[in-house]
Write a protein that binds this ligand. Structure first.
Ligand code: 5RP
Length: 234
């Protein structure tokens, strides 16, 4: 019997596999974070074993350790300030390829890596596509000192705001030693405006709205993968 979660895993793997088509010999590759990207890292490592020469720049400590463990050569933004292709996941994708990211807590490095990538390829199962962003709580990375003030300020914009916690109940700490506020807006009618409002708040390090960054989304249902470009529909 195929359960929903098995079908979902199959879709994640199919999307990740399709993204390999964007990676060429000699590329600098941004390596995203999350469970869909975990498939990508494994599949990329298989290609490396077969002779593909790339260097990866991971967006999280988790992805860095996993890529290194599987034998992918890595570099850093200190050595290399432009990336050919980044493959990353998303928590929500709208028809204009605007994204919510940061469910896995890596949004800051992910956005920096995306911003220096010639191409950002999003890999996702079809449950991530939405007509309007906002069902998924928007992650906002904040400096610890400002978190209580920012919780109130973001609530004033109409969101329910919760400090993210780790499994042991302590506040979740990002790779850059910040905290995350998960902000439930319900629907985000104007993502550009909200992104600007959040960026203007002192103490906000970065928010999980990725607007105008994705080049293409590879959206999978089962083993079927649809390539979505901004404006087209899955
Ligand atoms: C991490 C992210 C991930 O890409 C996003 O949460 C999707 O993860 P998954 O593939 O596990 O659903 O933004 O910060």
């Amino acid at each position: 019997m195929i359960t929903d979660s098995m079908a979902n895993e199959q879709a994640k793997e199919a999307a990740a596999r399709a993204s390999l088509g964007f990676i060429k010999d000699g590329h600098i590759v941004g390596i995203g974070s999350g469970s869909t990207v975990a498939h990508f890292i494994r599949l990329l490592a298989e290609q490396v074993k077969k002779g593909l020469r790339i260097r990866g720049i991971p967006t999280s400590e988790y992805s860095r350790l996993e890529a290194a463990r599987l034998g992918i050569s890595l570099t850093t933004l200190d050595e290399c300030q432009q990336i050919d292709v980044t493959v990353d996941g998303a928590d929500e994708v709208d028809p204009q390829l605007r994204l919510i990211k940061g469910g896995g807590g890596a949004l800051l490095r992910e956005k920096i890596v995306a911003s220096v990538s010639k191409r950002l390829v999003i890999v996702a199962d079809s449950t991530k596509t939405v007509p309007v962003l906002g069902r998924f709580p928007l992650p906002v990375e904040v400096i610890k000192f400002a978190q209580a003030v920012l919780k109130k300020r973001i609530e004033a914009l109409g969101a329910q705001v919760a400090l993210r916690r780790a499994a042991n109940g302590d506040p979740y700490v990002t790779d850059e030693n910040n905290h995350i506020l998960d902000c439930r807006f319900g629907t985000i009618g104007d993502p550009d405006r909200l992104g600007q409002q959040l960026s203007n708040m002192p103490g906000v390090v970065e928010h999980g709205l990725f607007i105008g960054m994705a080049s293409v989304a590879l959206v999978a249902e089962g083993s079927e993968v649809v390539e979505v470009k901004a404006g087209s529909r899955a």
